[in-house]
Design a protein around this ligand. Sequence first.
Ligand SMILES: [Zn+2]
Length: 409
Amino acid sequence: MISMHEIYNVLLFEFPYFKKINEDRRTLLCNRTKLFIDGTDFIPKKGLKLTNRMIILIAACSQQLTLGFKKHYGYDYFDKIIVYPEKYLSTITQKMHTGEMNTSGIIVLSWEDFYKGMSIDDNAQNVGLHEFAHALEFMDIANKDVDEMYSACLDKFITIGRHYLKNNPGKIFFRNYATTNMSEFLAVATEYYFEKPKEFFQNEPELFEALDDAYQQNILSKNARYSNESTKIKTISGEEIYGNTSSLLNQVGEVIAYLVFNGFAGFITFQMPILGCILLGIGNYGIYHFLIKSSFMLYSDNVKIQQPLARILFNLMFPRIVSLSSVVSYSNVLYVAVQETRNNGLKQQWDFTNWKPDVEYSFSVCYLFEGKLTYAKLSSTCQNLNKVFTFLSVKKKVATRFEGELVKF
Ligand SMILES: [Zn+2]
């Protein structure tokens, strides 16, 4: 039995789309996810251990697509979902597949590919949305119950799409797979609609509008449609919001770098005091600014985290773990953990509306980066952490207060 509470928590932490919708929509998504789960058989294959979390995420993906519909959002015709642990050999095509929609009312997914597609939410690759888009279209073609508005606008989208493919041979906006046939065109465009809406709108507004009418989600606000660049967030007094960050890796590196360098400079000081003192000054400054300091800058729709040069070395050693500069959209920020220490040493519940200058705060931001949970510690030396935090809480990105215990604002 899966409870609403469990659904809400899984979606809050792992489902990027959940971050983009307001509280009413979230409640609607949770309710419909539960209905979908209750009416569907989830069948694991190849020894996969299917957990509640997996079921919730797959069901929520189906309901993400139809959240704008008033009725017929439940894919009544499709009552089985088969889940493989990874890519599987399709008995129909004899090729390895990440997912498929079977016209006998079954959807098949590779969990590994589904999860990757869902958690990286800005690359227009989402096998879950892709297959559910096929399922909806199939129900429309086969005259099953579908949303009327969807059905009407889909016809329009397909008509415009045919023209578009004919008039733009070899140079379409979407990835090439979209040219396979009109069903694939729709499924791929759906992935772009949810994951790259701004680019989609700016390149192909007519197609975008038709799909927006079909899914009825109004996914881009009027402002977002025409703003080309992310703007730096400024406070009322006009200063930009930025600060330093560090991670455990940075801190360990910092200690090692200082020990090695100061040992060396100290040794020189014994031999040549003046040169030694100059080395100590320049060296420590250099280590801080070029090897250690990492910073972040808040933009209107993302956070940019800039890593120091020392990260180049780490990049060479562990190319997949870190990157020099990462841009994290707010939808991928899961929560910010706060801890405050009063000058009497006592730790207390923190109230973000009541920022106190005599209190030391430490924060860590938890976000999804390339599908992995990543933490950045915001340095307590940052001058405007209160503004950072107030801003993130206004964006509803703050979900915690004290010593890792999560409390949603
Ligand atoms: Zn397809």
